[in-house]
Design a protein around this ligand. Sequence first.
Ligand SMILES: Nc1ncnc2c1ncn2[C@@H]1O[C@H](COP(=O)(O)OP(=O)(O)OP(=O)(O)O)[C@@H](O)[C@H]1O
Ligand SMILES: [Mg+2]
Length: 247
Amino acid sequence: MIDIKNLHKSFGNDEILKGVNLQVNKGETTVIIGPSGSGKTTLLRCINLLETPSEGTISVGTSKLTFDKDNKPSKKEVITLRKKTGMVFQGFYLFPHMTVIENIIEGLVIVLKRPKNEAREKGLKLLEKVGLIEKCDDYPYQLSGGQQQRVAIARAMAMEPDVLLFDEPTSALDPEIEGEVLKVMKNLSHEGMTMVIVTHKMSFARNTAHKVIFLDHGLIVEEGSPKQIFEETENQRIKQFLSLFND
Ligand SMILES: Nc1ncnc2c1ncn2[C@@H]1O[C@H](COP(=O)(O)OP(=O)(O)OP(=O)(O)O)[C@@H](O)[C@H]1O
Ligand SMILES: [Mg+2]
């Protein structure tokens, strides 16, 4: 589904990603962990081209783009690839002046040009999936953070992406309500949604991920099943990092 080869990203003279190779299989949940500043967000933003890689190849589904000094893909190619991914951010970024259902169907109607009633029907199904059908006509300010994040997930899914990307989706939430968001993500994982998730929720990674990736200083140090990373790794850096978490 996703195939990343030799991905480099520099900001000025700082090389943040130093040659990342990553495969994400269809239907699998990949969790990226690693210390602050290791490049997790930058990697996600490169996958959906919110950042332009300095070098490397990114394939999502049938779209493949190559980046180097002399090779910048066209705007059209970038948009085609970006449409295959849906992003869920730490802050939910819902439109404050639109109701929940309007937020969800905005992209469907404006970008994908779907008829409004068809979009609404689809939006309602997605709201049901994230357990918020009764909030359909509320405004974001009337919702808790956890509810807003679930709306943001429904909004990302409405665009029918091949893969959903999550950047610390629960870190702005109280521990009491982050569980409801993690539950929705877990259900999506079980339904076979392809997902790449940056999180510090190690219990989620342990229980839900098919593959765990440890990123440090812009490189993948180790990748493997949750068992391989959480129980069997011999890598001191990973052991030390994991010892900071007790969930
Ligand atoms: N737009 C930018 N311009 C310059 N430097 C940037 C930019 N975005 C990120 N960086 C730098 O890249 C490095 C990696 O940042 P990134 O946000 O990818 O880390 P992270 O692993 O997501 O960290 P955290 O766990 O704190 O979210 C940091 O040193 C950061 O300062
Ligand atoms: Mg980050």
